[in-house]
Design a binder for this molecule. Structure first.
Ligand SMILES: Nc1ncnc2c1ncn2[C@@H]1O[C@H](COP(=O)(O)OP(=O)(O)OP(=O)(O)O)[C@@H](O)[C@H]1O
Ligand SMILES: [Mg+2]
Length: 254
């Protein structure tokens, strides 16, 4: 794998040049970070699980007609994707209050919101990804009003799909973060879903026990992160019980 040209190394993933122009290889690492990289650990098996879970979700979204960058999974840790021009926004959809909204607005964690809320954060690590309004986004030209409309309607559709998907697995989708990009094809441009959707980027609570099955296990030092991610994959029908070897047995290296 190392023969490919590495284009970008982020906190959780590496992007390599893809086999065809306009394609990239997205490699899922085992690294977990929180608080903009202040807290960092390598958690054996996380990358493999996120690759599989994100593949599963993006495949379903593509089938539903929600355009994504995903082409196919290549191996245990890598997927082939279309290269896009990332819109510098983290789009957060919230169904239940948790995390930063609780502090910011004084809402108790676990409170169901009156309706789903979409928030935008400007992707800039130096600024700690500050929350921004639509006004900032269009005034600074990060996205134009038409693009923002597309992003918001796709975010709502993705939320509806994910809520149903996780509900059927006995999991409540509290909130999630997504990224979008511009895909240029011949002389057209369209907005597509990029990056990943995994327990790293969602808050997932077990409906019966309220147990956290997401990256908050790491943020809050609860332990058992890989077990929780594996539980999510198994409940979605991605992994069978026999795949427990993924995290505990001999490592499948690809
Ligand atoms: N299809 C794509 N084309 C180009 N870049 C992409 C695509 N999908 C995701 N990316 C970018 O690839 C990077 C993935 O790496 P990772 O998630 O580890 O980054 P990160 O450490 O979270 O940093 P960042 O603040 O840039 O998101 C992100 O910067 C993401 O915006
Ligand atoms: Mg990221």
């Amino acid at each position: 794998m190392s023969r490919r040209r590495r284009l970008y190394e982020g906190k959780a993933k590496v992007l390599y040049e893809g086999p065809e122009p306009g394609t990239l290889v997205q490699h899922f690492k085992d690294d977990a970070t929180a608080g903009n990289g202040e807290k960092h650990e390598v958690i054996d098996g996380k990358g493999v699980l996120n690759n599989r879970i994100s593949e599963f979700i993006f495949t379903h979204l593509n089938e539903l007609g929600i355009p994504t960058h995903f082409i196919k999974r290549m191996n245990m840790r890598e997927q082939l994707i279309r290269e896009v021009e990332i819109i510098p926004l983290e789009v957060v959809v919230r169904n239940v209050a948790a995390g930063s909204i609780c502090k910011r607005l004084g809402v108790e964690s676990g409170t169901r919101l009156p309706r789903s809320i979409i928030e935008f954060y400007y992707k800039d690590d130096k600024l700690n990804d500050p929350i921004v309004a639509e006004e900032h986004i269009t005034a600074f030209g990060w996205a134009n009003p038409q693009e923002l409309d597309d992003i918001m309607s796709m975010a709502v559709r993705i939320n509806d799909f994910l809520c149903g998907l996780f509900m059927s697995a006995g999991i409540q989708l509290i909130d999630f973060k997504i990224e979008f990009g511009r895909l240029y094809e011949e002389d057209t441009m369209r907005i597509v879903l990029a990056d990943e959707i995994s327990p790293d980027s969602c808050r997932l609570w077990d409906i019966k026990t309220q147990n956290k099955l997401d990256k908050d296990r790491f943020r809050q030092d609860l332990g058992g992160l890989v077990d929780a991610y594996r539980e999510v994959a198994q409940r979605l029908g991605i992994l069978s019980e026999a795949d427990n070897a993924l995290a505990t047995g001999p490592r499948l290296v690809k």
